[in-house]
Design a protein around this ligand. Structure first.
Ligand SMILES: O=C(O)[C@H](O)[C@@H](O)[C@H](O)[C@H](O)COP(=O)(O)O
Length: 230
C-alpha cells in the first residue's frame, strides 16, 4: 500500500506559489487557533524562493510560528548555498519577520560534531510539526536523502529514533544535515513542491526506480499533497 497522494497541478509557478502560500497560511492559522502555536519545516534549494516571498506577506500571527529547515548544507550563512540564509532573506521578512527561526547549522567543523545539539534543538519543538514542505532534486532525492548517501538507510528507517542525521553523498556537494523520514512524516500536513516536466517525470518514475523520494510515496503514515507547475 502507498501513501495517499493528492496532485495539484498549476498553469505556472506564480499561481502555484499563491495557492500553496494560501494553503500553508491557513494551516498555520488553524494550528495557532487550536494549539496557540505553529511549527513549519521548509526545504531549501531554488524552487521555494517565490513561494517564500508570497508566504512572508501572509496575514497571521507570525510571532506564534516557529520555522525550521528540513535539511541544510553544512555551510555558514555567509555562504550563498546556506538554506538558512535563503530562509532569512526571503521568508523571514515582511509579516513573517516576527517568526522564530531554529536553524540546523551551527558553527562546528562537521555536522557530526553538532549532531547531538541539533537533535536536542529539534526534539524540543512540538511534535508533530504543523506543516512540512519538501522539495525534490532531479536525482530523486528529497530532504538530504541522496542516492548512495552514507546514512540513507538510517534516515529512511521508519522506526528510527533520531530526528536529525548527517549525510554525505556524491551528489550532495558539501556534507549535509537532515531531518529523518519519521520526523518529516510526523506532520499534520505534508507538501512536495516541484516544478518542471523533468521533475514530474522523476516523480512518476520514483517507485519503479527506487529513488529516495519513493520512501515518502510508499509510506502510509502521512498523506502527501504534491504541488506542481511547469
Ligand atoms: O538543501 C537542499 O538542497 C534541499 O532542501 C533539497 O532537498 C531540495 O529541496 C532539492 O534539492 C530541490 O532543490 P531545487 O529546488 O534547487 O531543485
Amino acid at each position: 500500500m502507498n501513501a495517499t497522494v493528492r496532485r495539484h497541478d498549476f498553469a505556472d509557478r506564480l499561481t502555484l506559489a499563491d495557492k500553496l502560500a494560501h494553503e500553508v497560511a491557513e494551516k498555520l492559522r488553524e494550528a495557532i487557533a487550536a494549539r496557540g502555536h505553529a511549527t513549519l519545516a521548509v526545504s531549501g534549494g531554488g524552487t521555494p524562493k517565490v513561494f517564500f516571498a508570497v508566504l512572508a506577506r501572509s496575514v497571521l500571527d507570525w510571532s506564534k510560528v516557529t520555522v525550521t529547515l528540513v535539511d541544510e548544507r553544512w555551510v555558514g550563512e555567509d555562504n550563498e548555498r546556506s538554506n538558512a540564509r535563503m530562509v532569512r532573506d526571503l521568508l523571514l521578512k515582511q509579516n513573517a519577520e516576527q517568526a522564530t527561526f531554529v536553524p540546523l547549522y551551527e558553527n562546528a567543523p562537521t555536522p557530526d560534531d553538532a549532531l547531538d545539539n541539533v537533535n536536542a534543538r529539534i526534539d524540543k519543538l512540538p511534535q508533530p510539526f504543523d506543516v512540512v514542505l519538501l522539495g525534490m532534486g532531479p536525482d530523486g532525492h528529497t530532504a538530504s536523502f541522496f542516492p548512495g548517501g552514507d546514512h540513507l538507510a538510517q534516515a529512511l528507517a521508519l522506526d528510527g529514533t533520531r530526528s536529525v542525521l548527517s549525510m554525505r553523498a556524491e551528489g550532495a556537494g558539501e556534507p549535509r544535515i537532515t531531518l529523518s523520514l519519521p520526523r518529516i512524516l510526523a506532520s499534520h500536513a505534508l507538501y512536495l513542491h516541484i516544478e518542471g516536466d523533468d521533475k514530474k517525470q522523476v516523480l512518476d518514475d520514483a517507485i519503479a526506480r527506487d529513488y529516495p523520494i519513493a520512501s515518502v510515496l510508499k509510506q502510509t503514515r502521512t498523506p502527501l499533497d504534491v504541488y506542481w507547475s511547469p
